[in-house]
Design a binder for this molecule. Structure first.
Ligand SMILES: [Ca+2]
Ligand SMILES: [Ca+2]
Length: 193
């Protein structure tokens, strides 16, 4: 029985490892691949174009890294000249973004299909990649849920401060377009759990 349990835990752990996409851990050996394609991309997180030379854009097939790049800065925002490698056509490429400002990885919404020698986007018109960095209940946007978020939420509900669009988005836990005591109770529940 213990042996069975141990095996189940190992399998569960390996599933988590298999799907981890970490651009910071990305190492690609171009000579291992027959084909490549290029994407000239911009990245927007929460509707803001990224602007940090230490950001990373990684391309993945499942957990396998197929390309990674730091951005170059053009006119105040980042452009990513990313080469993606493959040995076959039609693989589905997904993207994970390392946000150096927040020190977190964010899975981006778009996926593309690999085709040898394809070029997506240009410097004038970069291919837009989008991600969302919103933790429900994180009113002060520090990546954690704690009493500071409750204090912020109460201040907004009492009208002591006017909430931002972001705060109304992450504070409205039941989606009724209002911030009230129900949202407080819900977030307190998340903090306690
Ligand atoms: Ca917080
Ligand atoms: Ca609500």
């Amino acid at each position: 029985m213990m042996k069975y349990l141990y095996y189940m835990i190992l399998v569960s752990l390996s599933i988590i490892v298999v799907f981890a996409q970490d651009p910071g851990d990305c190492q690609v050996e171009p000579s291992a691949y027959e084909y490549s394609m290029n994407i000239i991309a911009s990245v927007s997180i929460d509707d803001s174009l990224t602007n940090n030379a230490n950001n990373l854009l990684g391309a993945f097939v499942d957990s396998e890294c197929r390309g990674v790049i730091n951005p170059l800065n053009f006119n105040g925002f980042d452009i990513y000249f990313l080469v993606i490698y493959s040995n076959t056509s039609n693989e589905t490429i997904s993207f994970t973004f390392y946000d150096a400002d927040e020190n977190i990885n964010i899975t981006l919404a778009e996926q593309v299909t690999f085709l040898p020698n394809l070029i997506l986007g240009s410097v004038i018109d970069p291919f837009p990649l989008y991600g969302i960095n919103q933790l429900m209940g994180d009113l002060n946007h520090d990546g954690d849920l704690d009493i500071l978020d409750i204090i912020q939420l109460v201040a907004i509900i009492l009208g002591q401060v006017s909430g931002t669009e972001y705060q109304y988005s992450v504070g409205d836990t039941n989606g009724d377009l209002a911030l009230d005591v129900i949202d407080i109770v819900t977030i307190v529940g998340w903090i306690m759990s």
